[in-house]
Design a protein around this ligand. Sequence first.
Ligand code: ADP
Ligand code: MG
Length: 252
Amino acid sequence: MSVPLLELRNVHAVAEDTVILRGVDLTINPGEVHALMGPNGAGKSTLASVVMGHPGYRVTDGQILLNGVDIATWSPDQRARAGIFLAFQYPEAISGVSVIQFLRQAMVARKGLSELSVLEVRLELAEWMDRLGMDPAFAERHLNDGFSGGERKRNEVLQMALLEPVVALLDETDSGLDIDALRIVARGVRTVRSEHPAMGVVVVTHYVKLLEEIEPDQVHILVDGQIVHSGGVELAAAIEHDGYDAWRTVLR
Ligand code: ADP
Ligand code: MG
C-alpha cells in the first residue's frame, strides 16, 4: 500500500478553551473520496480548518500527516503550496480582483513559479471552463462579487481544477445549496478527478443526493468531535431516513 495522501491520527483540537475535536482518525489514500457527515456543531468545519492550519484552532494532541510528513508546524500558506486545498464555506467578495487575476496568483503560489504569463493562465482557464461548461465571460468577473450559489460552486471547482491539489477539502454550507449547485459540485469533482485521478477528496455534506452522484469510497459520521462510524453510501441514506440520533448514543 502506498503512503496515504492525508492521515489524521488521534487529532484533538481546541478553539480558545473549547474542546472541539476529541481524537479523530482519518486516512485518505490516493484517488479516494471520503464524505464527512454529522449534526451541526459536530466539528466538521473545524476538522477542515485544522487540516488547513487555521490559526483560530490549536491541535493539542495527535498528528496530521501529508504524504507521510507531519505538518503540525506548517503555516496555512505552506500547506496550500504543498497541495492542501480548502474550498471556503463562506467565500468573501474581493473587490477589484477578477477571477482570472486571483487564479493566476494562486497558481503562481501553488506551483512555486516566479511568474506565470496571463496568456498561459488564460489558455488553461479556457480549457477548464470549457470542460466544466462555464461561460468564458466568467473569468473577467470580480471574485465572488454578486455570485449566485451556483457560480460560487463553479468558482470553487475551477480553483480545484487549476490548482491540482493533493487533497481537496470541500466544506458545504449547512443550508441553501440548491440542486443545481449540488450537480455543479458533483459533476465538477468527477471531471477534475478524471484528469487528476490521484487527488484525494474530503467532502463535508448533508446531502445524500450529492453523495449518490460523487460515490464516495467511505462515509464518516462525526459526532461531538469524534468519528463514531464509517461505512459506505448506504450510511448516508440511513441518516437521511433516521437522522443522527442513533449515532449520538454511541458516545454515551
Ligand atoms: P460543524 O461544521 O460540524 O457544524 P464546527 O466545526 O463549525 O461544526 O463547530 C463545532 C463546535 O465548535 C461548535 O459548537 C462551535 O460553536 C464550536 N466552535 C467552532 N469554532 C469555534 C471558535 N473559533 N471558538 C469557539 N468555539 C468554536
Ligand atoms: Mg460546518
